[in-house]
Design a protein around this ligand. Structure first.
Ligand SMILES: [Zn+2]
Length: 296
């Protein structure tokens, strides 16, 4: 009799803290399952030297079928940027955080939702590779400019730098070889960021699908304890994940935009160079010219 009387009490004693811990650990899953509610991105910034990459430069740009992201280095070159902060380029949810080893090292992927001018909601993934430290966990909601890790060297494989990718296709994950390495799946990061610095949607939240590339990455290493609780995931509604997130994907248009962007950057650089040429550098050339023109 004694043991029966005590049974419900001890069950409650055990269950309450368990549920409290679950609720603390997975508040988002308790509500949404395969998707997580997070704010719409109100704009995109650079991942280093936030918000404008001050003190950093791209030493290797994006090129389809070649380099599918940008390599960012500190102005000091070499390993001077080792351990520098890396920031989320926009509000979003962490959908991958692991040491992938191989030629990747520590990798974080953040998924962002934003609103197009036509009102449709679009998703993109930003990938941060070769990190020294990862400072976010799977399924964590992160803010624009929040530090998510530090610049690393991929366990000594490279000189320290950040490899940054922006993907249209949410299924890629760490399985790049299964997808076309071009503008149908990727953005040129600097073009994308330049075109999405400021957006509407501040304060709005949306459901962001989070398990889109698990199935395409059978050997994908996962941190222990980062899977959603099975009972929640099983009962959660399936979220439809389109393979191509841009409603009217137009690789040719993107390529043209990227070339234009590169030309614009070149022109800007040349303009800066011209502006920085002072009269004394030119041995009085400009004053002489002005005088000459004035005399006419
Ligand atoms: Zn790279």
């Amino acid at each position: 009799m004694k043991s029966l009387r005590h049974f419900p009490f001890s069950w409650v004693c055990r269950a309450v803290p368990l549920f409290a811990v679950l609720a603390l650990l997975w508040p988002e899953f308790a509500r949404a399952g395969y998707s997580i509610k997070a704010p719409l991105a109100d704009g995109f910034d650079q991942a280093v030297g936030k918000p404008d990459a001050k003190g950093y430069y791209i030493f290797r740009g994006f090129w389809p079928n070649g380099h599918l992201g940008e390599d960012w280095n500190g102005n000091g070159g070499g390993d001077t940027d080792m351990g520098d902060p890396v920031y989320a380029i926009a509000d979003g949810v962490v959908v991958f955080s692991d040491d992938y080893k191989r030629r990747w090292g520590n990798v974080v992927i953040v998924r962002h939702a934003y609103r197009e001018k036509n009102g449709s909601t679009v998703f993109v993934d930003s990938l941060y590779g070769h990190l020294d430290k990862r400072q976010v966990r799977m399924y964590q909601v992160v803010k624009r400019g929040q530090q998510i890790g530090t610049i690393g060297n991929c366990h000594g494989v490279y000189a320290a730098h950040l490899h940054l990718e922006i993907r249209k296709n949410l299924k890629i994950g760490m399985n790049r070889s299964a997808f076309a390495k071009d503008y149908s799946n990727y953005y040129s990061p600097r073009s994308f960021i330049a075109e999405h610095r400021s957006m509407s949607g501040r304060g709005e939240t949306v459901s962001i699908p989070v398990d889109s590339f698990g199935a395409t990455n059978p050997d994908e290493p996962r941190e222990s304890g980062t899977e959603p609780p099975p009972n929640v995931a099983k009962n959660a509604p399936k979220v439809n994940i389109p393979t191509r997130m841009t409603p009217k994907a137009n690789p040719e248009e993107d390529r043209r935009k990227d070339l234009n962007e590169q030309l614009r950057l070149l022109a800007e650089e040349n303009k800066k160079k011209t502006e920085s040429i002072k009269d004394e550098d030119m041995d009085g050339f400009w004053s002489k010219l002005k005088n000459k023109l004035g005399k006419k």
